[in-house]
Write a protein that binds this ligand. Structure first.
Ligand code: AKG
Ligand code: FE2
Length: 409
């Protein structure tokens, strides 16, 4: 359990006050596999890059296909979301994490809720704590949720005066590493910036979905005309998760976010200039550090996309590590189906040599399998494999010790 903080709130762990990693946050097995650099061009460990700059969609679709088949992830550059907007987004996030703990706890995620402030959502599957905190929200209900964090910020949200002032305050905080958490109230324009970002990301998500589908062999006309594909594009929903990984006195014993796959269709990860994201690769088993490329997104294939593409594009195991000297911030923009939609292999991904490998499943049903997989160390994808009994994993399960960190294939 987290140690009680100065707030006497059992849910809050005061990372800033920690001089060592307490047993509640100390993991074993983190160094079971070597870590290699994914940023050296030409090396077999170099994380693939998909660049959209030159508008060659056929070429981009081919790069997406190869990266999604072999890695389940890639760096996306030339995507059209401006560096200036990304800088404002990162400023806003830094401001939010700099709020006093009491403000953040007002927006705490309650048991059973998907959105709110707190430890990473996957923490509920583990008895050990991770070295991070975060805020999950649905862009659709952003403004209502934000009132919990900034109750006094009314119409001034949109005022330019506030925008300019809060950017200066945030720059001050980021440039003063020791500035105490909560120095600033930073009320201005958080929701404006996040909504602007969401709008652009939703367009980019549609563009990337089309690229993924073309990478499966569909033509532009098929993507637009085929019922199943059209429905995916029209109903895909977004969730944002902001992560704060405070600097850590003993990074070898702590982990920011334990190894996992994302459960939805695909995720855009914006990592600040501080690297920390690692992708798992087999043969030999190793963790590949994703370089922090300014302005790039990391795209991760999620489990439901793995199912949709009949396993052709595979979801990627990844984790976030922490470091001794610098805080790290990241943003995950998660795309997935609406809760009622059944996800099954697309007809185009089923070929004479590739029978449907998975049963149809909704996202909430899949989360039931995932819960069981975390508890038993099994694989949720295997539980929904064609031929497995229908009730293999959806049952309610009890909290159990953390599964081994070794990734099963
Ligand atoms: O912080 C990162 O780089 C990864 C975040 C992530 O994997 C997640 O939020 O699911
Ligand atoms: Fe993730």
């Amino acid at each position: 359990m987290p140690t009680p903080s100065h707030l006497n709130n059992p849910l809050y762990f005061d990372f800033r006050a920690a001089r060592r990693v307490p047993e509640s946050h100390a993991w074993t097995g983190l160094d079971d596999h070597p870590v290699v650099d994914g940023g050296a061009p030409g090396s077999p460990d170099a994380v693939p890059v998909v660049d959209l700059r030159d508008g060659d969609l056929a070429g981009a679709a081919a790069s997406v296909a190869s990266a999604a088949e072999q890695w389940g992830a890639f760096l996306l550059t030339g995507h059209g979301v401006s560096a200036e907007l990304l800088a404002r987004v990162e400023d806003r996030i830094a401001c939010m994490f700099a709020l006093p703990a009491a403000d953040k706890m007002r927006a705490v995620r309650r048991p059973g809720d998907a959105c709110g402030y707190g430890s990473p959502p996957i923490s509920s599957f583990f008895t050990m704590c991770m070295w991070s905190e975060g805020y999950t929200f649905s862009p659709a209900s952003l403004r209502g949720d934000l009132r919990k964090l900034w109750p006094k910020a009314g119409h001034d949200y949109a005022s330019f005066w506030y925008v300019d002032l809060s950017i200066y305050i945030c720059m001050y905080i980021s440039s003063h590493d020791d500035a105490p958490v909560g120095r600033s109230t930073c009320p201005g324009a958080y929701s404006d910036v996040m909504e602007e970002f969401h709008k652009e990301m939703r367009v980019l998500a549609d563009k990337l979905l089309e690229l993924f589908l073309r990478a499966l062999g569909l033509t532009h006309e098929q993507v637009a005309a085929v019922e199943a594909e059209r429905r995916i594009a029209e109903t895909m929903t977004a969730t944002m998760h902001l992560n704060w990984y405070p600097r850590c006195p003993d990074p070898r014993r702590a982990v920011g976010l334990i190894a996992h796959t994302d459960s939805g269709f695909f995720t855009f990860v914006l990592q600040s200039l501080v690297p920390g994201l690692q992708l798992f690769r087999h043969g030999p088993d190793r963790w590949v550090s994703v370089p922090a490329v300014p302005g790039a997104f990391v795209v991760n294939v999620g489990d439901l996309f793995h199912i949709l593409t009949n396993g052709r594009f595979h979801s990627v195991y990844h984790r976030a590590v922490v470091n001794r000297d610098m805080d790290r911030i990241s943003l995950g923009y998660f795309l997935g189906p609406p809760p009622h939609a059944k996800v099954a292999p697309l007809p185009e991904a089923v070929t004479p040599g590739r029978a449907p490998a998975y049963r149809a499943v909704t996202w909430p049903e899949y989360m039931g399998f995932r819960k069981k997989a975390f508890a038993t160390g099994g694989s949720a994808l295997k539980m929904v494999a064609a031929g497995e009994p229908d009730d293999a994993g959806a049952a309610v399960v009890h909290q159990s010790p953390p599964p081994p960190l070794v990734v099963s294939s």
